[in-house]
Write a protein that binds this ligand. Structure first.
Ligand SMILES: Nc1ncnc2c1ncn2[C@@H]1O[C@H](COP(=O)(O)OP(=O)(O)OP(=O)(O)O)[C@@H](O)[C@H]1O
Length: 223
């Protein structure tokens, strides 16, 4: 089933003489269960593309459909609902909240959804176990290694049971060995059926994705 379909997407910043195209004429479709990497030089449009797919930003031109439903044109509330129901984000440098415990960082998206305390505890404990972090539940991010922080960020991205996981440079701040461990986690999640899209500079990540989309100057140069 086609999950993500982009047709002739443009995204630009500024107006008139200072208009900068981040994306130009992007068309692509991603099927349910794919693991895809997006690569390209700095400034080629990778984050802009990921933000549109995740509903954090909207295209200026073109159409975006998710599982056959049109996403461009949704109002901010509907867009937030789309994200909450479908998308898990793992952003650069983890973006954990320093004065919250590991447990509370992972629970954050669940608290927004106002689920019961019992279900919340059950879900967070399951994710802690899955990411081998059960003994760190009450630790703070400053007490963890980079790889552990990234596993907390992945657990938080998975908290609302998304069908798509979007990761922006997930191994960018990790050493090689830790990066490979994170890659292994992504592969396992993908084997369980989650669609994964990873923006990366890391060749070992790109090489292990069946599909690599390469951007240059806001355009797809190979797919
Ligand atoms: N908020 C913004 N305002 C103005 N220009 C922007 C903005 N965000 C991105 N751009 C421009 O759009 C282009 C694409 O940026 P984008 O962040 O998508 O690239 P990227 O491939 O993710 O880069 P990097 O690898 O450095 O993160 C760049 O020329 C950038 O300067």
């Amino acid at each position: 089933m086609t999950m993500i379909e982009l047709k002739d997407i443009d995204k630009y910043y500024g107006h008139g003489q200072s208009k900068v195209y981040a994306l130009k004429g992007i068309s692509l479709s991603i099927e349910e269960g794919e693991m895809v990497s997006i690569v390209g030089k700095s400034g080629s449009g990778k984050s802009s593309l990921l933000n549109i797919i995740g509903g954090l930003d909207t295209p200026d031109v073109g159409e975006y459909s998710f599982k056959g439903n049109k996403i461009n044109g949704l109002n901010p509330n509907a867009l937030a609902e789309f994200r909450g129901n479908n998308i898990g984000f793992i952003v650069q440098h983890f973006a954990l909240i320093d004065d919250m415990t590991v447990f509370d960082n992972i629970a954050l998206p669940l608290r927004y959804n106002r689920i019961s305390d019992r279900k919340l505890k059950e879900t967070v404990e399951y994710l802690l176990d899955q990411m081998e972090l059960s003994d760190k539940a009450n630790s703070y991010p400053s007490q963890l290694s980079g790889g552990q922080c990234q596993r907390v960020a992945i657990a938080r991205g998975l908290a609302c049971n998304p069908s798509v996981l979007l990761a922006d440079e997930p191994t960018g701040s990790l050493d090689e060995k830790t990066g490979l461990h994170i890659l292994k986690i992504f592969k396992e999640l993908n084997n369980k059926g989650i669609t994964i899209i990873i923006v990366t500079h890391d060749d070992s990540i790109a090489d292990s994705c069946k599909r690599v989309i390469r951007l240059s100057d806001g355009m797809i140069i190979s797919d």
